[in-house]
Design a protein around this ligand. Sequence first.
Ligand SMILES: N[C@@H](CCC(=O)N[C@@H](CS)C(=O)NCC(=O)O)C(=O)O
Length: 204
Amino acid sequence: MSKLKLTYFDFNGGRGESVRLALSIGGVPFEDRRVVFKDWPALKASMPFAALPVLEIDGKQVAQSNSINRYVGKLCDLYPSDPYQALLCDEAMDAVEEIVAKISATMFIDEDAKKVQREAIAAGPLTLYLARLQAYLKERGGEFFAAERLTMADLVVSLWVRSLRGGHLDYIAADLTDKVAPLLVQHQVRVAQHPAIVAYYQDH
Ligand SMILES: N[C@@H](CCC(=O)N[C@@H](CS)C(=O)NCC(=O)O)C(=O)O
């Protein structure tokens, strides 16, 4: 078994959290290196794309959250073996990455511009992505995004919905998902009840 070390920021969310959850669900041991924000500037240049998460596999660094998601998904039986189902899993994860990147781009801009841009994102692409993901979930039976079982897509989408509903983003209403995509909220609540996820958060 390879030695795994995940480097990500010290909070229970963001792009690294699906990796932590997957490895915990799969019972795969890993070092959970949590970086506090004040230490990040000194570390940034040593990361392959100057960003986190980064997974070290026997000392070799690999970046890009969805590449890491696919890798740990395969290790933990949370990634479909059927190519078409794998494509559906990837599509949902990449959609989340795309909309998260749009919102992240507004993180460190002037407050007035942030308000304008975030309100536009909420009314436009964010609503569209939530509605589209809800439609996919519905047409696939309402429970899972791919392969009729828990996959990385369910972890990635549900963690993102959890974070949106947490109301941490100014100018993006915390109840947007409840209004636009209630099936995604039901999905998020259901995934959070997975026994391994419940057990994980008892310790974190
Ligand atoms: N496409 C990359 C994006 C990585 C990314 O932007 N990570 C954020 C945290 S979620 C980060 O490292 N931000 C700090 C920085 O860019 O300095 C991925 O999917 O991993």
